[in-house]
Design a protein around this ligand. Structure first.
Ligand code: ZN
Length: 47
């Protein structure tokens, strides 16, 4: 299955709740953003 190119979008940081504008990105950048979001979510959850 092909990954479709992302449209311009915004993401909200899970830690500081800042909103970031994201331009169309490649697969590697998508992985990075997802990892960053997961890190923020993990950091905001009690262990
Ligand atoms: Zn943040």
């Amino acid at each position: 299955m092909l990954i479709q190119p992302f449209e311009s979008m915004t993401i909200k940081c899970g830690m500081c709740h800042n909103t970031f504008a994201i331009e169309p990105v490649d697969r590697q950048t998508v992985d990075y953003i997802q990892a960053m979001l997961l890190n923020g979510r993990a950091a905001s959850m009690p262990d």
